[in-house]
Design a binder for this molecule. Sequence first.
Ligand SMILES: [Zn+2]
Length: 240
Amino acid sequence: MFIGFFYFLAGLIFGSFLNVLVYRIPKSISIIFPRSHCTSCKKNIPPYNNIPLVSFLMLKGKCKYCKNKISIQYPLIELITGLLFVFSYNYFCFYEVYFFGIISSLLLCIAIIDFKHYIIPIKLFFTILFITLINAIFSQNLLHHVYGMLIGFSYLTFILILTWFIIKKQPMGFGDILLITTLGLWLGPLKILLTIFFSSLLGILYWGLISLKDGYNKNRKLPFGSFLTITSIIIYIIKI
Ligand SMILES: [Zn+2]
């Protein structure tokens, strides 16, 4: 129980760091300087007002100085990361306890950035690639993970070539291809195929709903990276 709480706290702190990444990476701001500040009035936030989750609740979701609303996204990312860490502690064994919490919360980070900005930041991508590679080595079944990577990559290249021949249009970005290759390295052969399948379904569903709401637009962008990452986390958990 006590150790579980410790993992929750570690997740909250890591989630707070992820908030910095989500806000700063798309704007190309350094993740170290300047210090944490209010996005409205730019005043520095003192450390005692920067406690994950607690500060948001104590300040009732408003900046201490300018009283502007603080986005609910901040405490939500912290809470979800905390929960992912606790879940990891309760559900997995050995090396996976550490890797699942970190990889899934970094993927969550990509999901939010892609959803808001339609980009997959290359720095974040390489960080995840590096961690999934170590995870694959620790698993003592490196080949299984390498097969996943190769299958993800070749399946996608096949789809890309096929759609290019049929509709003469590139259906997804380069970032999506890199992401699927990395997810393959994390998930292995079967689970990466399931992830591609279900995230495509999710994409079609999302596209249908948005088209119903805002009208048909054949040039509408889809945050496919978000669907991929969220689906991959769920598929990883499911025991197959
Ligand atoms: Zn402010």
